[in-house]
Write a protein that binds this ligand. Sequence first.
Ligand code: FEO
Ligand code: CA
Ligand code: CA
Ligand code: CA
Length: 558
Amino acid sequence: AIAQGRSSSLMNFAALPAANSAGVMPSISADYQFDVLIPWGTPLQPGGPTYDGNPSTRPTSAQQAQQVGIGHDGMWFFPIGSGSDRGMLAINHEYGTNSHVLGKAMPGSLEDVRLSQHAHGVAVVEIAKVNGKWQVVSSNNARRIHGNTPVTFSGPAANSPLLSTPAGNPPLGTLNNCANGKTPWGTYLTCEENFNGYFGATGAWTRTEAQARYGFSAGGFGYGWHNFDPRFDLSNPSYTHEENRFGWVVEIDPMNASQVPVKRTALGRFKHENAELVVGQGGRAVVYMGDDERFDYIYKFVSDSNWRSLIARGISPLDQGKLYVAKFNDNGTGNWIELSIDNPALKAKFANQAEILTYTRIAADTVGATPMDRPEWIAAAPNGDVYCTLTNNTQRREANAPNPLAPNPFGHIIKWRDSNNHVGTTFTWDIFVLAQNTHRIDQSAFGSPDGLWADPDGRLFIQTDGTQPVVNGVQLNDQMLVADPTTGEIRRIFAGVTGCEVTGITVTPDRRTMFVNLQHPGDGDPNLTSFPAEPGSGRIPRDATIVITKKNGGVIGS
Ligand code: FEO
Ligand code: CA
Ligand code: CA
Ligand code: CA
């Protein structure tokens, strides 16, 4: 574990004290400032239909398809030109509850379902700094990708019967887009997490082993889509296997609005948190991925050869490669176990590689992977260390070395170093920090780590989602902190509003502007906050992006 106590030369900003970290509006270090960008309902193009949070004038489903969605989560800024004042922002819209989006617990029509579906997915907007302020500008490549957008499959499972339905309906949509990744060839990766919650059953339905392992149930998470849209009805025999079309990593070209999003099956199907792509030994594309469920696993994908040579041959580096799952040994070593049909234990249970990729969780169960305390984001640091947030696990009864607390209400961050520049089959690991150990210092106290980003100087940005500690009598809001892994110092830089999660992180190339997201401010309850509107405005709270700059114009985090 890290040493704590030395002060960091990487961080020269005033910590945001706990006392100022509990408001109905965001708060930030005295050396920083913030602005609000693209709240839910912002038109994709200036002059388009706008939703302002008025509870009695909600958008139609057609309007929502032309607007920024809800549930802002992972995102990435793709610069246009060489400067740091214009680019495409690709942003995930993980979810919005019916009460928040529709203003009622259950949809009453197919139009209600479509509004909910169109609030989910991804937005790609063009933003620019105009007179010193970031805003949406008109664009040929702005677009919404939502629950009904045509998509396609690629990789080893693309043509599997497990991904087709008796109805012969085309694959549509991406859902519960949690966190993200980006590729060196300029595309955006969006990760489908809690997709099971959108499905339900209107009639008699018997869960398969695979449906049980992925958490499908007759009621889902209460969205009720299946009552009006048979595609989400698990008991409708015309749509058998429709649920297998979700749970993938999806590749989007942010510079080409006509590109059809591609679900990359070689990366496996589970509750994908993010997809941290690094270039490893031999120029191979390596993607680290967490499956966010209690007692689920950490994975990595390694392309078969150099990503540039594959692209030159017209092959996606994300279509040809090996998928591994992590086994953390108690002695600080680890193994990447390949999920291959050539493994006798898998050959005994699966018909082919496509089935392994579709039911990845069951394959990982079979080979003895290590159940973790909810793997969230993974971030690769420039020195080769890789970090993963393990957000919490209130149901752990037995501790082990990589998950040393039982129960684990505040979570921890683990780190590892691969034996061969990210393409090895072994690694060494250590606990970076137990969140509960940060609680004795005001400026570092946090819980439920989730979003994570390592900057090129080695700073680690930590974002939280969930239970935060009480410090000096103050119940902290979810927040963002900066860590110096060398000294172990952790310092709070930003706090969100009551009920929200702080998630998503990207910067302009000069790192003088950072974008982060406030997801589900007030948990959607206007009695808690009207953010970004002022308290008492009568507006329902809206998810939004926060633009962070340093008052002296410095690199964010410095
Ligand atoms: Fe969408 Fe695991 O967070
Ligand atoms: Ca998350
Ligand atoms: Ca979380
Ligand atoms: Ca979330």
